[in-house]
Write a protein that binds this ligand. Structure first.
Ligand code: FES
Length: 112
């Protein structure tokens, strides 16, 4: 039986792809965007962290706007179907160790 409630654990058997929004909105302070924050730095730092942790089967990619600009930086992890919001550099270690290595979703960052 399937439930509509998001699970807090994910399988570690799947090959993952992590997409991080890099879209920039040009509306000034009234139009926040992931690309206007640190999303490109997130991609660089996450890629380096995955190499350091020997998680080289996980790919990291830039993505277009996910339509959740007010909640950026936005990150989407496939095939787990998990979105993280307000992701900062300081969150990367927790996402890697908890979600990617232990299969436990980081609840405080999850967008539901
Ligand atoms: S700018 Fe990232 S979700 Fe829209």
């Amino acid at each position: 039986m399937q439930t509509s409630r998001p699970s807090s654990s994910v399988s570690q058997e799947k090959k993952r792809k992590i997409s991080i929004c890099v879209h920039v909105r040009n509306g000034g302070p009234e139009s926040p965007s992931c690309g206007g924050q640190e999303s490109r730095v997130l991609i660089k730092e996450l890629t380096e962290l995955l190499v350091k942790k020997n998680l080289t089967d996980i790919t990291v990619a830039e993505s277009r706007c996910m339509g959740l600009c007010e909640n950026g930086c936005m990150m989407y992890i496939e095939p787990d179907d998990v979105r993280y919001q307000n992701v900062k550099l300081s969150d990367l270690n927790e996402i890697v160790s908890s979600h990617l290595m232990q299969g436990q979703v980081v609840k405080r960052l999850r967008f539901v």
